[in-house]
Design a protein around this ligand. Sequence first.
Ligand code: V47
Length: 354
Amino acid sequence: MTLLEKLESKERLNYEDGVALYELDLFTLGKYANEKRRALYQNKAFFNINRHVNPTNICKDICKFCAFSANRKNPNPYTMTHEEILSILDESIKHNITEVHIVSAHNKDAGLDWYMGIFKKIKDRFPALHVKALTAAEINFLATTNDKSYEQIIDMMIQNGVDSMPGGGAEIFDETVRDYICKGKVSSKQWMEIHEIWHKKGKKSNATMLFGHVEKREHRIDHMLRLREQQDKSGGFNAFIPLVYQRENNYLHVEDFLSSVEILKTYAISRLMLDNIPHIKAYWATSTINLALIAQEFGADDLDGTIEKESIQSAAGAKSKNGLELQEFLDLIQTSGFTPVQRDSLYNELEVYK
Ligand code: V47
């Protein structure tokens, strides 16, 4: 059977198919991805009203791609107090956020109680707010530095009010590339194991892929297939998020920025390969809002949210520092021909803006 016949018959695609998909022209690829996306969600483009908070940038690890952590290129170490975090959210709650997305660095001096206290105090003050927090990389860091198992850390997260896990720390699973870009951080196997334990507790998480640096197309397909296999087993991934690599202020020297065609192909291929992960998120902070909107025609169905303040990608050159106002977000989605659907963190529809 040819690749096009497989696409027509909606057969599950294998590694060789995935690599071959990149050789198709963008519009053929887009047609199949868009058909799948429309069959599931029609004209809807999902988003949420959220706030990103990054409580510390002090990190024991040095990932070559990271411009966020305090280091020689970015010497401004900070660690927020719980009161500072709560006062940020006191403001954000006035904008009707339904989710706080918390990602920190691996700060040895902050201590386990500081990390867990963030969630507990947020839940005490804002019981209805969905707390999406701690990447698998952070869980691995907290477990190893506190002599605890992953399950013990995960149980503590749940007790202290974490509702779901973000998809960060996945980077690229291929071990050779991973060793080159972020040696010493959570391994691909550990990342998967942590999500599996989380899913076994009946909880949901996301999965990211950092692309556009030194990896090859083959590594992206391998990454997607490892996630698809895990999803067949544990079933808890809500969204796949391809993160476009930003190249400023870090230690990974990459000359060329990916073309928009390559980025759109990657969204489309994600939709086609990941037949068991319901949502493909075009995270506008890395793709730009323009491309994230176009991506809705190429397989993506979600844009993340209003964000309010973004620190990780903007440190590396993305122009996303201050989020987007709700009205602007709605206008952009509508003028692109889509129906904005405000969702909660688990993709229940809260409001459909006709
Ligand atoms: O894992 C770091 C990435 C991630 C750069 O789950 C970079 O809904 C691009 O995971 N260029 C953290 N990306 C952010 C993250 C995330 C974002 C939005 C939504 C969700 C979700 C999760 O940021 C890290 C890393 O892959 N990152 N440096 C960079 N230079």
